[in-house]
Design a protein around this ligand. Structure first.
Ligand code: 13P
Length: 260
C-alpha cells in the first residue's frame, strides 16, 4: 500500500514583518484550505508567542535560530535557548541558513551543536545546506554540500526530527533557480548521503529524511519544483510574506499528491 504524501511548506519570514502585519497575514492564512498540507511558519522569535495563540491546526511554528548554549536558562546575554523557543510554541527551528553562515560566521560545527541542543529539548530541525555561485561554476556543488552535511548534522538527527533544506546561495532572493534536473540531482544526492550516514531506521518512506528546496520559490515555479520526485517540500522566503503568492503555493501543494 502506497502512502499519499503532501509536501511540507516552510515559510522563512527572516527579519519581517511588523506584529500587526504578521497577525493580519495569519488571519488570512487561517482561512485557506490545506487538505493535509503542513505549513510551518518561521517568524522572528518575538512573534512566535502571539502567533501561537491564533493559528489553526494546519499551521505549525518554527524559529529561525537557537542558542549554541545548551542550558535552558543562563547568563548568556541576547541568547534564546532551544527550550525557550519550544516553550512559547515553536516545534521546529531553522539552522545553518546561509544568511547566518555568512553574516554571523556560523560554521558547520556551530550548526551541529545547535541542532543537537534543539533535539535535546524535542525541537525538530530544518538544517540548511547549499553552494555559493563559485561552487556551481566550478562544478563542485556536491562536494561542497557533502562537507556541510557530514559536518553539520549531529548524531541525534533522525528522519523524524530533521528536515534538510537545499538552498543554493545564489538562488536566494535572486529570482534565479537551478535547472529542474539540477534540483533533482542534488536532492537525490543529499537524500542518499544523509540516509546512508544518519539513518539507522528502516528504509520505508516514512523513515527517510525529507529534503526540501529553497531559493526564489514563487507561485509561478512552485508546482514544477514540487512535481520533482525527490523534492518533499519548499522553503519559501520573500513569497511567504505575500498572501497572494503563498496562497497559490499552498494550492499547488494541495494539488501535488505524490504517491510513494
Ligand atoms: P527567497 O525565497 O526570498 O529567495 O528566500 C529563500 C530563503 O532564504 C528561505 O530560507
Amino acid at each position: 500500500m502506497q502512502n499519499q504524501f503532501k509536501p511540507l511548506l516552510i515559510a522563512n519570514w527572516k527579519m519581517n514583518p511588523s506584529k500587526e502585519d504578521a497577525l493580519e497575514l495569519i488571519a488570512r492564512l487561517n482561512t485557506l484550505s490545506y487538505n493535509d498540507v503542513k505549513l510551518i511558519i518561521c517568524p522572528p522569535a518575538t512573534l512566535i508567542d502571539p502567533i501561537a495563540s491564533v493559528i489553526n491546526e494546519n499551521i505549525l511554528l518554527g524559529a529561525q535560530d537557537c542558542s549554541i548554549h545548551g542550558d535552558n536558562y543562563g547568563a548568556f546575554t541576547g541568547e534564546l535557548s532551544a527550550y525557550m523557543l519550544k516553550s512559547i510554541g515553536a516545534s521546529y527551528v531553522i539552522l545553518g541558513h546561509s544568511e547566518r553562515r555568512l553574516y554571523h560566521k556560523e560554521t558547520n560545527e556551530i550548526v551541529k551543536i545547535k541542532a543537537s541542543n534543539a533535539h535535546a529539548v524535542g525541537l525538530n530541525t530544518i538544517i540548511c545546506v547549499g553552494e555559493p555561485i563559485e561552487a556551481k561554476q566550478n562544478k563542485y556543488t556536491l562536494d561542497y554540500i557533502k562537507e556541510q552535511i557530514i559536518n553539520s548534522i549531529p548524531d541525534s538527527a533522525n528522519p523524524n526530527n530533521t528536515i534538510i533544506a537545499y538552498e543554493p546561495i545564489w538562488a536566494i532572493g535572486s529570482g534565479k533557480i537551478p535547472e529542474f534536473l539540477e534540483i533533482s540531482d542534488v536532492h537525490q544526492y543529499v537524500s542518499e548521503l544523509i540516509n546512508k550516514n544518519f539513518s539507522n531506521m528502516s528504509v520505508s518512506f516514512e523513515n527517510k529524511f525529507k529534503v526540501v528546496y529553497g531559493g526564489s520559490v514563487k507561485s509561478e515555479n512552485a508546482s514544477k519544483i514540487l512535481a520533482l520526485d525527490s523534492v518533499k517540500g519548499l522553503l519559501i522566503g520573500g513569497a511567504s510574506l505575500v498572501i497572494d503568492q503563498i496562497s497559490k503555493i499552498i494550492i499547488s501543494a494541495n494539488e501535488s499528491n505524490k504517491f510513494k
